[in-house]
Design a protein around this ligand. Sequence first.
Ligand SMILES: Cc1cc2nc3c(=O)[nH]c(=O)nc-3n(C[C@H](O)[C@H](O)[C@H](O)COP(=O)(O)OP(=O)(O)OC[C@H]3O[C@@H](n4cnc5c(N)ncnc54)[C@H](O)[C@@H]3O)c2cc1C
Ligand code: FES
Length: 279
Amino acid sequence: MTQFLPTDLMIPHPFRIEKVRRELSDTFTLELQSEAGHGFAFKAGQFNMLYVFGVGEVAISISGDPSDASMLIHTIRSVGTVTRAMGELEARDTIGVRGPFGSAWPVEEAFGGDLVIVAGGVGLAPLRPAIYQALASREKFGKVLILYGARTPEDILFKKELEKWRGRFDVDVSVTVDRATGHWAGNVGVVTDLIAQGGFDRRNTTALVCGPEVMMRYAVQALEKRGVASQKIHLSMERNMKCGIRQCGHCQWGPHFVCSDGPVFRFSDVSSIFPVWEL
Ligand SMILES: Cc1cc2nc3c(=O)[nH]c(=O)nc-3n(C[C@H](O)[C@H](O)[C@H](O)COP(=O)(O)OP(=O)(O)OC[C@H]3O[C@@H](n4cnc5c(N)ncnc54)[C@H](O)[C@@H]3O)c2cc1C
Ligand code: FES
């Protein structure tokens, strides 16, 4: 398997789109393979810079299985110029890839204790590799909880996989929606309610949190209220990115560069700057 050399870090490598999967009305998954024929190793939590030729480049987390280097998978929500153009691409089109960049979810640090995964909306995508990794070594943890919140039942990402994980006897999966529609008979409320109800050992729990920033604020508060130590809470942050390799300064957040110190941060390392919104 070939990893990119440091000199390649600013050069997008061509990847062929093997499959486009529509997940939600505004969200889709791209399955990519290197046109040079090599695999793609990464750690759960890392991201790539994806380049739509002639349009622009954006940071997108990897949403596939870190134990499977044969296919590179990204799940994207169309919000603006580049992600909308990405949503118009089709199988056999080419996209540019730089990466993988950034820090990883510390799944192995959680061995020997409970693992609580808290996701909101499309934030489940950057956490999915950590879920795959944790489930592949399920016996190393105490309880494993996946707590997921979406706006409405129609916005639930990876619904089939959530159902599959819920079908296991060794994982607690709870899903809630802000607003019930149609025949929804499940939980209604915010994901922080699930933290308050979740059965985990507060003295020995590692929490991984990803979602809209406001949701992460409340999730961290709820975890701390339950007694989870701030050193054991980890979050994935999003900031404007250009280079991805600590050169341009676009992603600076207090003393940190989100592209290289993050995107995954230990909450105790960033708690003093967490209330600072992006300028
Ligand atoms: C480390 C990292 C990992 C990321 N992982 C993912 C991922 O896995 N999947 C994914 O879909 N996105 C992810 N993002 C966010 C993604 O990079 C942005 O959505 C993208 O840069 C938007 O670019 P654009 O050109 O499409 O939109 P722009 O034209 O730049 O923005 C258009 C409008 O959308 C708003 N906007 C921009 N970003 C967001 C956002 N994140 N949420 C809501 N509104 C926004 C802008 O404020 C603006 O009003 C990640 C970002 C970072 C930094
Ligand atoms: S994106 Fe350029 S320094 Fe982080």
